[in-house]
Design a protein around this ligand. Structure first.
Ligand code: B3K
Ligand code: ZN
Length: 849
């Protein structure tokens, strides 16, 4: 496998100041003529090297003269005698057979592009790297009936009506951009339109394009777009810079969305939403992704990445910005808990396994494999730590300087950190290690009390990761406070301690009562904290900590402690009862209560142990759920009665109420009374929102009851034809804890609505099943075999999608020897299959290393 290394980076030999594309759209054979001005970069005699993939090259001209160059695989080398030239190349491409969904491809009746990271080379020959920035003019031509709407980046220019029912539109983007931000779309689309006036009075036309029948489901996305534009002006002083902003929603898409300049392309899942079809979580995800892609206009587009090793420069920063935006829109505490939950569910395991890599990796085979939770979510945590260390104003001075210095450039993570240092005078030398070192640090806390004095010792450590046997100390902001064990109040102010050494000692004087530690408040550092605490103390903190994250964390720690044993879970039951009582008395909001009373997932419980014991974890967790359900049955009924039937409002209060009602319903169904099944059925039938409908179905899905079967059948009939909702129907079944789940998944793989061609559908069934710890990790390896079969089948269609399916098998070292061997055997089978893609090969071989 051919490895790309950060240390091999060299500036481009040739620059391409301008690109003119002329594209004749056709589903079977699209003709692309490019006209590139190229200029020699630096003092060298090297030829011009262009990247291309799956292109039929028809004609090459240099300065108007035909050239007899023949592509060598995925490279075309052109000798250019002078220091500049005009290169014209005509190629043909075949969108219909482009199942990789990279480059130009068909989705429903549309033709659409995806270029990040290396898709532009599937459209035309080009130096397809992010440090080559060009001004683009794009003329799109096609049949006027088949492609009435023709979109590309920038501002819309002249339209032409042509003979034979054809037409053309020319788009000009005034901002230089790398090829990965190029986009074009053609097809029958309708728009939801609006406008936004920027802080300097620029009137921007906004349009969200989708099938005509779906225009009514775009208003939430439109509201989120306008809110994002306003927020970025207020918080970061960033203004939009074109007269138009277009978004297109498509059904077939590898990622969530793409920030192409002025023409974002979205997975329809992150645009279309109404209360019938989208859950509250979906509404939040739509707003979050719309904001994320919009924020990329500055963090990614105006200032872009020099090379793909710098991916976190734009992704970590933009995730942090979208998290800040979402926190400002609703309950900041619940958002933070959700962010941490996601980090722990995906990124911590990645950082602890064979695919661990720093947020700035230093080598890759296929860059598509590095769009990871580490680069994105840990990357965002690293930016958040800078925000904490520098303070809000210092951070803003830093971003202002970063934009001022680097607007229009392709830069590195080092340039970002250097701007932060220059703007604030802080020395971030040690902090830079977050960019180089993989793995989740651990902070181990000890405390010693002597009279009125308390000494707290904080020790950091970081285990070896692949390729990094020894690690240096990190610089981390660690927030902590003392909580009085008698008063239940915070003692003194919260402290922000900067951990830089192996051990840090803190001394607190003049304490009048016993105290407990409230640690890593707000999850100020993305680390694991190990601190001794009795169950009674954790239960106390779960009721008294004044930091909402730490309060939730105390409940998680208590749960993990109880679930690690076969003990009677009464401490946990009591703590949940106390939380519900605080909620009922109005001392806690329902959204927080709904989070706090949820047990950690089986996967997260497994992450705490050195060897994941699949059966015991499941048995203990189910036993605890049953006890919590039975002992607190009256409280669950009360919570359900109070909070169900909230209607369709999307404010934080209504969302919180629905959340708690659905958690309560799930416990009631677990308790198993006939009344509970009837309540679930009633909620399902009368649901005003998808949150309530899928909440009832999820509560029933683990049962063996007529209610389950009836609701499941109704759900399919009710939403047949709506892809995003039918995905939920597949997922809810794949996540069932019932013993027949694997068999059901096999049946669903043959369902007429299942296809390997649609990445959402694949994730909804196969991806979801691989997250079902109890059933995927069947002791006989049948789950692993199923996953590997699907992976190999998808690899022939879409390698990027296939490679992601290798991740769960890469966890083999975490399981018992029997399961570990069965997982390895599937990885070996994958790696040994002839013709496997480099995407999959890289993931499988790293997993086996
Ligand atoms: N930048 C895109 C990622 C595209 C993924 C390509 N494999 C989406 C985003 O992070 O905003
Ligand atoms: Zn992004």
């Amino acid at each position: 496998m051919n490895e790309v290394r950060l240390s091999d980076y060299r500036p481009p030999d040739w620059l391409v100041p301008t690109v003119a594309l002329d594209v004749r759209l056709d589903v079977d054979r699209t003709l692309v003529t490019s006209r590139l001005t190229v200029t020699r970069n630096g003092d060298h005699r090297r030829p011009l090297r262009l990247d291309g993939q799956d292109l039929e090259t028809r004609r090459i001209l240099v300065d108007g003269a035909p050239v007899e160059a023949v592509p060598n695989g995925e490279e075309l080398v052109l000798a250019i005698p002078g220091d500049s030239a005009v290169v014209e190349i005509e190629v043909a491409i075949a969108p219909r057979t482009n199942t990789r969904l990279m480059g130009l491809y068909g989705s429903d009746d549309l033709l659409v592009t995806q270029c990040e990271a290396e898709g532009f080379r599937r459209i035309t020959w080009f130096p397809d790297r992010p440090d080559v920035l060009s001004l683009y003019t794009v003329r799109l031509e096609g049949d006027a009936a088949q492609f009435p709407i023709l979109l590309s980046n920038g501002d819309r220019g002249a339209a032409e009506t042509l003979d034979g029912g054809r037409h053309a539109v020319t788009w000009t983007d005034p901002w230089p951009k790398p090829s990965y931000l190029f986009a074009m779309v053609g097809g029958q689309l309708a728009a939801l339109r609006d406008e936004f006036v920027t802080m300097n009075g620029r009137r921007v036309e906004l349009a969200i394009w989708t099938a005509a029948a779906d225009v009514g489901r775009c208003s939430h996305a439109m509201a989120a777009l306008k809110a994002s534009m306003d927020w970025d002006e207020r918080i970061y002083g960033r203004e939009y810079d074109l007269d138009q902003f277009n978004i297109v929603a498509v059904s077939d898409f590898n990622a969530g969305a793409m920030e192409n300049k002025g023409l974002n392309v979205f997975n329809s899942k992150y645009i279309l939403a109404d209360s019938e079809t989208a859950t509250d979580a979906d509404f939040d995800a739509v707003a979050g992704v719309v904001a994320h892609e919009y924020f990329h206009n500055w963090t990614g587009n105006r200032v872009t990445c020099r090379d793909w090793f710098q991916l976190s420069l734009k992704e970590g920063l933009t995730v942090f910005r979208d998290q800040q935006f979402s926190a400002d829109q609703g309950s900041a505490a619940v958002r933070r808990i959700d962010d941490v939950r996601a980090l722990r569910a995906v990124q911590f395991p990645e950082d602890a396994g064979p695919h661990a890599h720093p947020i700035r990796p230093d080598h890759y085979v296929e860059i598509g494999n590095f769009y990871t939770a580490t680069v994105y979510n840990k990357g965002a945590e690293v930016i958040r730590m800078l925000h904490t260390l520098l303070g809000r104003d210092g951070f803003r001075r830093g971003t202002d300087l970063y934009f001022e210095r680097h607007d229009g450039q392709a830069v590195t993570c080092e340039d970002w950190v250097a701007a932060m240092e220059a703007a604030t005078g802080r020395n971030l030398t040690q902090f830079r290690r977050w960019y180089d070192q993989a793995g989740t640090p651990t902070v181990t806390v000890h405390m010693a009390r002597a009279g009125r004095q308390l000494t707290v010792n904080l020790a950091q450590s970081l285990a070896a990761t692949p390729g990094q046997p020894s690690k240096a100390m990190m610089h981390m902001p660690f927030r902590l406070a003392l909580i009085g064990r008698d008063s239940g109040r915070r003692i003194g102010d919260e402290r922000l301690v900067e951990l830089t050494a192996g051990e840090t000692r803190l001394v607190f004087e003049d304490l009048d009562e016993p105290v407990l530690l409230s640690l890593n408040r707000g999850f100020s550092a993305p680390v694991k904290v190990v601190a001794p605490a009795s169950r009674a103390d954790l239960a106390f903190l779960a009721g008294a900590d004044d930091d909402p994250f730490a309060r939730w964390e105390a409940m998680q720690r208590l749960s993990l402690d109880v679930l690690a044993t076969d003990d009677d879970p009464h401490e946990l039951v009591d703590a949940i009862a106390a939380t519900l009582a605080d909620g009922a008395a109005g001392r806690l909001d329902p959204a927080f209560v709904g989070e706090a009373v949820l047990l950690p997932t089986e996967a997260f419980i497994g992450d705490q142990a050195s060897v994941v014991d699949v059966e015991s974890i499941h048995r203990r967790r189910e036993a605890a759920r049953a006890a919590i359900a039975a002992v607190l049955e009256p409280q669950w009924w009360q919570a359900w009665h109070w909070h169900s039937g909230t209607g369709t409002a999307l404010n934080a209060g209504a969302k919180g109420a629905r959340r708690l009602a659905n958690v309560a319903l799930a416990y009631l169904v677990t308790a198993g009374s006939a009344e509970a099944l009837a309540a679930a059925r009633q909620q399902y039938d009368g649901a005003a929102t998808m949150t309530d409908r899928i909440g009832a179905l999820s509560a029933l899905i683990n049962t063996d009851t007529p209610e389950r079967d009836a609701c499941l059948a109704d759900f399919y009939d009710r939403f047949a034809g709506n892809g995003d909702v039918i995905d939920k129907w597949f997922t809810v079944q794949a996540l069932s804890t019932r013993a027949d789940t694997l068999e059901q998944v096999q049946v669903l793989l043959r369902h007429k609505d299942f296809t390997l061609h649609n990445p959402n559908r694949l994730r909804a069934l196969v991806g979801a099943f691989a997250a079902n710890q109890r059933r995927f990790h069947a002791a006989d390896g049948s789950g692993y075999r199923l996953l590997a079969d699907q992976l190999l089948a998808v690899d022939r269609i879409n390698p990027q999608s296939a490679a992601r399916l290798a991740v769960p098998l890469g966890r083999w070292q975490r399981f018992d020897a029997g399961r570990g061997a069965l997982m390895q055997a599937q990885l070996q089978r994958i790696a040994g299959t002839a013709g496997v893609s480099k995407d999959v090969m890289e993931m499988a071989t790293r997993a086996l290393a």
